[in-house]
Design a binder for this molecule. Sequence first.
Ligand code: GDP
Length: 368
Amino acid sequence: MLNILIVGNGQCGNRILDAINREAFGKKSRFGKYLSQQKYKSNVETIAINTAVNDLKEMKFTKAKDRIHIPHLHGVGANRNVGKHVFEDNKTHIMRQIEERGNFDVCFVITSASGGTGSSFTPMLVKELKEKHDFPVYSVVVLPFREEGTLYLQNAAFCLRDIRESGADGIILADNQYLKQMGGNVESAYNGINDMIAKRILFLLDALDSEMMMVTDLGDFKTVMSGGAGLATIGFYEAKEDMPVRTAIQKALSPSGLLFSTDVYDEASRAMVIIRGDRERLSIDEISTEVEKLSSAVGHVFKGIIVRDGELPQVLAVLTLESASELENLYAIAVDAIKYERDKKERVSNVKEVDRAFSQIDGMDPSY
Ligand code: GDP
């Protein structure tokens, strides 16, 4: 049995963690957090960390003892410099909370790249974990909607670089912009995106700790994640009634199944494809043909098959990327955002008009 740690940092990280716990405790019970029986096969510890106490209070499926508030007024206001100081000041407390939960085989740290708390805490937490432990640490990073503004864009650019430099064993990308076709208002888009990410992570955890007909394990996952440029994404698809498994695999690898915009046949570097379902529905020929198609394009593909009686086929694909043109696009926009903010700061420090206006009343007092 694997010991797994999942940390959710900041609002986005907290919410995705809560979605994971909701799935794990069973969706029906709003009181799931009070029950001790999880659906995890592994020993999973979840920890939510935030400077904004309201974000932590909003969580419905994560136990109170797993929600760690780091007091700092009302959050860090999307300022990563402030966030880094707050982490540094509270590092011992945060690490103690994690260490009290024992040792782990693997850790996932979930965050948005663009806010303040999660984006500044995550690289520093990963660095601490890597310095003190020898288990692999993967970061699940949510990229912003491109129209969310210059501060978020510049945060995303620096945060991703910091996570790569932190010693993380891999970064799994999910892109709000790409997933916004989920539709509806922002809140329901968030919920939809969070559910997609939660479902994929839970499937992955299940697969890493399952008795399979054809085996993939944590070792294979590590090998996949160590390929490529340190970046990865995940695809998933659940077959409809009579859909052949071949179509389900194709859909998991297609834009509608992925968390990040990429052409897997062009940009992927290594992959792990896990197929779960009723034995009757899992045609080995179809599975082999699809996996071979992928491996002829990307190189090595690990294949896992989990037999579950009565289940429709579900397919999970973990893909590391050797290039990511969408990320290059994001950095191009972020560079403009950084320049814009820098120029504005210079302009503001040069502008003396406002000071001049105020100086007109120097030495005066109001008369009533
Ligand atoms: P922090 O609390 O300071 O770490 O900041 P947030 O996590 O709120 O970061 C802001 C970014 O996260 C923006 O790009 C938001 O679009 C995104 N975000 C916030 N909440 C959610 C959520 O529940 N789901 C998703 N997918 N993105 C979110």
